[in-house]
Design a protein around this ligand. Structure first.
Ligand code: AVJ
Length: 323
């Protein structure tokens, strides 16, 4: 007898993927949204990216939090009890530093990670409850880009939006997202925002095109996902990863470039796409901010900037906004 892997059938996700493909691959400049990266393999590859020597973001932000967690928490709490909400919790690795500081400050803390991935939340919940005494985890499975509902509590809330996740959004989208977060909060509540800063291309480009090829694999995995989920026939060998710096938009762009003229069939949805030689699919933007921009963004979204912490090289910023 053969054992088959259990197929988890989730039409909602599949329809969202099919919709994104139909919409994005029909454009003049083909594009696919970056949330498509994060299937199981993609989430694992992203964790691997964060350990590559070229990918300075995670390491730099972690160093900022390691050094300043205590003062960040004190500044956010202002003598009150804090409850910590995190948007897009992921592996919640850097969050431990902040949770540890909150526990040191107030004895115990409620941590509410919000993420679309129930499995990622499950893992993070178990790990954090096991490893940090005093933390109660209250996970919420939700796509926070579609709205946020936070219970009214006596505690002051601090929303964490770290890891430069905001960088995936166009400036106007980023403003809308943070405005939406602000409207879910009460006066006195805070937002901790992690933003990657503009720096020389000689640093930026390798971070998105590491020598070991993990970022390339992360980008190409998107096509493997479409092959599997939509029964497409992308030949992964005939596409290549490309990262470029768009100076006028201040962003890193990732593309998947077709090495040849070809046609790709989506047998699962009666849809074909033609590629010219060298034609690309734009898969991600990663905006890089000038040092004064996080504050401008917070202000436009209705927050007052309450503090800002950076590393010695000025590569990354963590900003605290208050409602
Ligand atoms: C998770 C959006 C912060 O933009 O640096 C890493 C994703 N893409 N390498 C980033 C990513 C390519 C990452 N963020």
């Amino acid at each position: 007898m053969t054992t088959m892997a259990l197929q988890v059938f989730s039409p909602a996700v599949e329809e969202r993927v099919a919709f994104a493909v139909r919409e994005g691959l029909g454009l003049m400049q083909k594009r696919l949204p970056p949330w498509l990266f994060y299937d199981e393999a993609g989430s694992r590859l992203f964790e691997e990216i964060t350990e590559r020597p070229e990918y300075y973001l995670t390491r730099t932000e972690r160093a900022i939090l390691a050094e300043h967690a205590q003062s960040i928490m004190e500044r956010a709490a202002q003598g009150r009890r804090l409850r910590i909400v995190e948007l897009g919790a992921g592996s919640a690795d850097k969050t431990r530093l902040l949770l540890g500081a909150a526990v040191a400050l107030q004895g115990r803390v409620v941590y509410e990670p919000v993420d679309v991935s129930a499995s990622a939340l499950q893992l993070a919940t178990e790990r954090i409850e096991r490893e940090i005494a005093g933390v109660t985890v209250a996970p919420q499975v939700k796509d926070y880009t579609r709205g946020l509902e936070l219970a009214e509590t006596d505690e002051r809330k601090l929303v964490l939006y770290i890891g430069s996740s905001i960088g995936n959004f166009e400036p106007w989208e980023a403003e809308n997202l943070l405005t939406m977060v602000r409207t879910a909060l009460q006066p006195g509540d805070g937002l901790l925002l992690g933003t990657d800063l503009v720096k020389d291309q000689s640093i930026l480009l390798p971070a998105y095109d590491d020598a070991a090829g993990v970022t390339a694999a992360f980008n190409l995995n998107l096509l493997a996902r479409l092959n599997r989920e939509l029964d497409a026939d992308f030949d992964l060998e005939s596409f290549e990863h490309r990262a470029l710096w768009n100076d006028s938009k201040s962003r890193i762009e990732m593309h998947l470039v077709s090495r040849i003229k070809q046609e790709v069939c989506f047998r699962g949805m009666d849809f074909e796409v033609r590629f010219r030689e060298n034609e690309s699919i734009h898969t991600e933007n990663s905006y890089k901010y000038r040092i004064e921009q996080p504050e401008e963004l917070l202000t436009k979204a209705g927050f007052a900037q309450e503090g800002r912490w950076t590393d010695k090289r000025g590569w990354f910023a963590v900003s605290l906004g208050r409602v």
